[in-house]
Design a protein around this ligand. Structure first.
Ligand SMILES: Cc1cc2nc3c(=O)[nH]c(=O)nc-3n(C[C@H](O)[C@H](O)[C@H](O)COP(=O)(O)O)c2cc1C
Length: 201
């Protein structure tokens, strides 16, 4: 249960594979969030029941999406969060489809700010944890940029990313103890940044 003053960190697991490498990084980060006194709110993108954006552009007129599905709950959790962590693998240089579907459905946040001139949410910090098997010459840049774009639309200050190249089979990331420690540290840092910025417009 959340009490008054609870600092909730929305932790979005962006892999279609449960218990994989990005989930392990996110678990380490969640440990850091807890140790710093934050409350992690784990959202599994693949289980969120979110349909793809239809590009109908109704949100540019109304500020709301025409699709009634799991995104309503995702939006509530986004609005209740004081900070964000997204963890995902890189798939063909960008984020997996299960996460991209959620990203695309954030278009109403863009429409409200840029088309309808509505006030933006308070600034909040966010970080990105990304893992890739490696060997792809196109790297992690598109996944990082897509996540930065989403954070910008949500009014989230991008505090940085942790890119781990190499882990492929589930559990491989356990061979990267320094990166797991870094993920935990990021959890603590994001809580501290959210505390420092609380109430900032
Ligand atoms: C469809 C697909 C596409 C992938 N594309 C890339 C890629 O472009 N670059 C890369 O480094 N690894 C790529 N990988 C490997 C995954 O990023 C790697 O297996 C990662 O550890 C999976 O993380 P997870 O266990 O959290 O799902 C791909 C894997 C799949 C299944």
């Amino acid at each position: 249960m959340s009490g008054p003053g609870t600092l909730r960190v929305l932790c979005i697991a962006g892999s279609p594979r449960r218990g994989g490498n990005s989930d392990r990084l996110l678990e380490a980060c969640i440990e850091g969030i807890r140790q710093a006194g934050g409350e992690p709110d784990l959202l599994v993108a693949a289980d969120a029941g979110v349909q793809p954006c239809r590009g109908c552009n109704t949100c540019a007129r109304t500020g709301a999406c025409v699709i009634a599905d799991g995104m309503d709950e995702v939006n509530r959790r986004i609005d209740a969060a004081s900070a964000f962590v997204v963890a995902s693998p890189v798939y063909f240089a960008t984020v997996p489809a299960v996460l991209k579907i959620v990203y695309d459905r954030l278009q109403p946040y863009w429409a409200r700010a840029h088309r309808l001139g509505q006030p933006r949410p308070a600034r909040r910090p966010g970080a990105y944890l990304v893992v890739g098997g490696g060997g792809d010459p196109f790297g992690f840049g598109c996944a990082v940029d897509a996540t930065k774009s989403v954070f910008a639309v949500l009014g989230v200050d991008y505090s940085g990313e942790l890119c781990v190249e190499g882990p492929d089979v589930p559990g491989d990331v356990l061979e990267y103890p320094a990166e797991l420690v870094k993920a935990s540290e990021i959890g603590g840092e994001i809580v501290a940044a959210a505390r420092a910025g609380e109430g900032r417009e």
